[in-house]
Each structure stands twice: as C-alpha cells, then as structure tokens.
Design a protein around this ligand. Sequence first.
Ligand code: NAD
Length: 358
Amino acid sequence: MTKKVLVLPGDGIGPEIVGQATRVLDALIADHGLDMAYESALVGGSSFDEHGVPLTDEVLEKARQADSVLLGAVGGPKWEQFEIAVRPEKALLKLRSELELFGNLRPAILYPQLASASSLKPELVSGLDVLIVRELTGGIYFGQPRGIRTKDNGEREGFNTYVYSESEIERIAHVAFRAAMLRDKRLCSVDKANVLEVTELWREVMTRIGKEYPEVELTHMYVDNAAMQLVRAPKQFDVMVTGNMFGDILSDCAAMLTGSIGMLPSASLDANGKGMYEPIHGSAPDIAGQNKANPLATILSVSMMLRHSFGEEALADKIENAVSTVLDQGYRTGDIYTDGMKLVSTTEMGDAVLAALK
Ligand code: NAD
C-alpha cells in the first residue's frame, strides 16, 4: 500500500532544507520504485502567522493519519516574544505527545571525510557510528509529584520524581533491540542501578526483554562511566539505550563528538514504528533565506524514515551512500567547509546528492 508522509517544513531554514529532502523523495518515487505519497503543511511560527496557533487541529489530524512525518525545524526570534503556549516549539511537544512518540533515535555518525570537525582526535572518532535510543515521554522530566515547596522550618526545597513503569521500559527496550537488529547487534543499556531503584528495575526489564532478541549482545553500563567512555573511546558503542534525562545529556554529548550539527538526523517513534523524522539542529535564523544551510541532516532523516518506519533498507543505504559520495567529491556547505573543498549552496548540495543517487 502507498505510504503516506506528512511533510512539515516549519520556519527559518526549514523550507530550504526540506525542499532538498523532498527532491530526494521525488527521485526515489520516480526512479527507484518507492511507493510513497506526501503532502506538506504549516507548523511552528509559519502556522502561527497564518492561523494564530503553532499547530492546527487539522494538521495534527493529518499527522495522525500519516504513516510518518518529516519535519524541518521550528522557531525564530520573530516568535520569541509570544507567550509560551503559542511558541513554535509547542507544536513539536504536542506532536510528540499526541502521537505517543516515546522512542527517540539519535545517531551520531562522523563521516571519515569530516573527522577534522570533531573536538576529539581524528583517530578516535573517524568513522564513528553510534545510535543513542532515548526514552522521550517518561522518567524524571514527567514524573509526579514535582515542584518547589516550603518546609516546616521555612526553607524551600525543589523536588522531582524519577519514575518508570515496567511497560514504559519494555516498549523502549523493544525499540532499542529492534534498532540493534538492523545494525551490529550490540546494545549497551545505560543506568545508575547502583544508586537508583528505578534504574534497578530498568536493568532487570532490559535483561528480560533481551532474551527475546538472542542475537543481540546486551551489556549494561552506569551513566557516569558511559559519559566517560563516550569521550574516551566512542567507537566501542553500537547502540545505547537509556532513560529520558540520561539520554538528553548523552545524545548531545555524542552529537558534539561529530562536530557537525548540520549532518545529524533523528527519529521519534511510536510503538508501531510510525515516526517523526527531523534534523537535530534548529531553524538557524542567522542563515535563513540565504541558500546556505546544510540539507544533509534532513536528507539523512529521510533515510532513517525509510529504514525504521518502512523497512526500505536498500533505499536507505542508497541515500547514505549518496551522502558519502558527495563528501568524497569534496562538496561542502559553509558549516562543514575546510580549505581546499568545494563550497556549495543548499540547492547545489541537493543537486550533488541527486546526481550521486543516479
Ligand atoms: P540552531 O541549531 O538553529 O543553530 C545553531 C547554529 O548552527 C547557528 O549558527 C546555525 O546557523 C547553525 N546551523 C544549524 N543548522 C544548520 C544547518 N543545517 N546548516 C548550517 N548551519 C546550521 O540553534 P539555535 O540558534 O539555538 O536556535 C534557533 C531557533 O531554532 C530557536 O528558535 C530555537 O528554539 C529553534 N530550535 C528548533 C529546534 C527544532 O525545531 N527541533 C531545535 C533546536 C532549536
């Protein structure tokens, strides 16, 4: 059956980078047998300007009906003065919660051609390919009760609740094990089971679910050691799975190991493999409208969508190989440019990827 994708370009550089990603989709549909149809809609600040809200009920319903969503980025200085409830970023939070996108996949890939962009020594990171699976809708960021209260002695104290139910751990475990099955079949579960009971349960459930995936080698690591290992020897990892807060920190750390924010895609998945795919960067207002933005993170988000939601492994590989080819050919947008390379615009980078796809 034809897969339906909702495309939400958003604000700032969003329409420019998504424009290149949909050119890739068009080419795969026309020339490589991809059975997919997509339609576009407004989200974020551009939706606010048109409809007074960052996400209309109509667009939310379209996202519900779609098999997956491809998003650019939202936000910008124009909308920062408005109250939080109508800020562009609210649209993303609403999409994530309404679509129950609890499984966040954040790859940190450093193409050998860009190894000098990292703050670590090239030999430590060249060819890095780690996938961090972060639980996105639970844990301490959402646990109740929470707040700031005044104790009997008049002193104030802040408190949050770190809680995971077994079913929440089970469903993120399945996302992580399935992702590992598509890769090198090694999964490292990150917790703090020596101190926190909630992660003692996390470890127990991960181990139990692991028995359903005998091909995947499961290991466990405390979060402090995991942070250390990520900057000491990051290539030891294949897939890492962890809760919301640890994942927030570790995935940003891993992304920065690559030094190139314009190269990194991400996915947020529900229990059935439906996902919202987007680059990890924002709307880059400083370069918006100048045809300068790097579209590769968004193009790689399409490849993640094909792999994780639609089982189109061969086409996903094709996109990733095309990206690697254009880097080999020396094409660079400003954010990844180094001396001696060919500086190209957003659309020229899109042209190069389309040529490499052929
Ligand atoms: P940003 O990621 O937009 O930009 C940070 C820096 O990286 C800027 O110098 C920008 O030019 C550069 N950059 C980012 N993406 C690039 C690309 N594809 N090609 C070349 N250079 C790129 O982060 P910010 O400046 O902190 O935020 C700008 C706006 O984006 C804010 O309104 C913020 O709320 C929003 N934002 C949205 C998302 C999202 O939609 N998921 C994520 C982060 C930030």
